[in-house]
Write a protein that binds this ligand. Structure first.
Ligand code: AMP
Ligand code: ZN
Length: 141
């Protein structure tokens, strides 16, 4: 429990939420400012700052709930698709620093645009980026 964390306060019932799901380790509730109606947030009850802070065994549990919950959101609001996403760090748009997974129902022609795409200069540059990422995977964690 982080005293200044809004999601910890939701877990602690200090502030209300529209609860969709709860188990021993997780809570899911409606996002107060939905991208589309039915936009749901799945959070671990324990305070982790972001995805990287979450232990692997916890993430495995969260992943299986994420799949079930995403299907429920999609079918529940009769959506045509669903975006599942995590913003990690402020550069990526994270505002609440308690790990959370966005489940956003999507509809054909809902007018929302995905991220704009950039281009690599050439295949060499693309290869350089591939190498940079692969090098990190070879390092011991
Ligand atoms: P992020 O940018 O990934 O940190 O997203 C935080 C999300 O939390 C935003 O989509 C907010 O609309 C949502 N949010 C903030 N406060 C509340 C709250 N009290 N209840 C439900 N959702 C909230
Ligand atoms: Zn918290």
């Amino acid at each position: 429990m982080e005293p200044n964390c809004i999601f910890c306060k939701i877990v602690n019932k200090e502030i209300p939420s529209s609860k969709v799901y709860e188990d021993k380790h997780h809570l899911a509730f409606l996002d107060i400012a939905p991208v589309n109606k039915g936009h749901t947030l799945l959070i671990p009850k324990q305070h982790y700052e972001d995805l990287f802070d979450m232990p692997e065994d916890m993430l495995a549990l969260t992943g299986s709930i994420l799949k079930k919950l995403s299907a429920a959101v999609m079918k529940g609001v009769k959506a045509d698709g669903v975006n599942v996403g995590v913003n990690n760090k402020s550069a990526a748009g994270q505002i609440v620093f308690h790990a959370h997974f966005h489940i956003i129902p999507r509809f054909n022609q809902d007018g929302l645009k995905a991220w704009p795409h950039k281009k690599y200069e050439n295949v060499d540059e693309m290869g350089t980026y591939k190498d940079k990422i692969q090098m990190q995977l070879l390092k011991p964690s």
